[in-house]
Design a protein around this ligand. Structure first.
Ligand SMILES: C[S@@+](CC[C@H](N)C(=O)[O-])C[C@H]1O[C@@H](n2cnc3c(N)ncnc32)[C@H](O)[C@@H]1O
Length: 213
């Protein structure tokens, strides 16, 4: 974080301030960062900060799927900004999971106030057992490498349960190499304007040899 340029920092804080005031007026809470006991006590579990809505819309537009036929899951959804953006884009099904009940409570309140039909699931990404129901997965740096490796294995397993192209958008992709080593193909790199970082878009294709094809 310390290597952000001054311009990026000023832009980030200005956006943060504007978003926070706007949310207060509408009785919502997305922007406020949060690190609870869970995140403080376990290095593998990262704290909450939000993906900027404008960046999220650009990321979603870069994923070459038909929204009305696709199901989206935010793995580590926090307060739900990414689910909000995805639901507004018309995805067939939208959900997010998180293991922090405090954040999930806020996400549920946000979604109810916005009248959005999304599932806020209380689950650990490692133990969640319905990955096969989704086509597009979003990660904003939710956990460490050991957890990432297990979740990547679960995504690949889910292709055996339901054959499909698996799309992943990985924002601030510090462990991107794990996806590449597991056979995910890097399709696009989206540059965001809020944090001066990137999102990598990967596909784990339904291979010709896959018997479920
Ligand atoms: C950086 S926040 C991203 C929030 C949201 N996706 C966004 O971009 O606005 C990461 C979230 O991952 C959650 N998380 C961390 N480890 C997790 C795990 N093993 N299973 C489920 N959620 C987890 C944290 O509680 C936190 O809310």
């Amino acid at each position: 974080m310390s290597n952000y340029s001054l311009t990026v920092r000023v832009r980030r804080w200005a956006k943060y301030l504007i978003n926070t005031i706007d949310e207060r007026i509408h009785g919502l809470d997305f922007s406020m960062v949060y690190v609870g006991d869970l995140q403080r006590s376990q290095a593998e579990i990262h704290g909450y900060s939000m993906t900027d809505a404008g960046d999220m819309k650009r990321i979603l537009q870069a994923i070459p799927v038909k929204a009305s036929e696709s199901a989206f899951l935010d793995i580590g959804c926090g307060k739900g900004m990414c689910m909000k953006c995805t639901a507004e884009l018309g995805y067939r099904k939208v959900a997010g999971l998180d293991l922090d009940e405090h954040l999930l409570g806020i996400a549920r309140t946000n979604m109810r106030k916005l009248q959005l039909d999304v599932d806020c699931i209380s689950a650990s990404a490692v133990e969640f057992d319905r990955y096969q129901d989704y086509d597009v997965f979003y990660f904003y740096n939710p956990f460490g490498a050991a957890t990432f490796q297990q979740v990547i294995n679960r995504l690949i397993e889910s292709q055996r349960q339901r054959g499909r192209n698996i799309w992943v958008a990985y924002y601030h992709p510090v462990f991107g190499q794990l996806f590449e080593d597991a056979g995910f193909q890097l399709k696009k790199v989206v540059h965001d304007i809020t944090r001066d970082t990137v999102t990598k878009i990967y596909c784990y294709p339904l291979s010709v040899s896959n018997p479920l094809r």
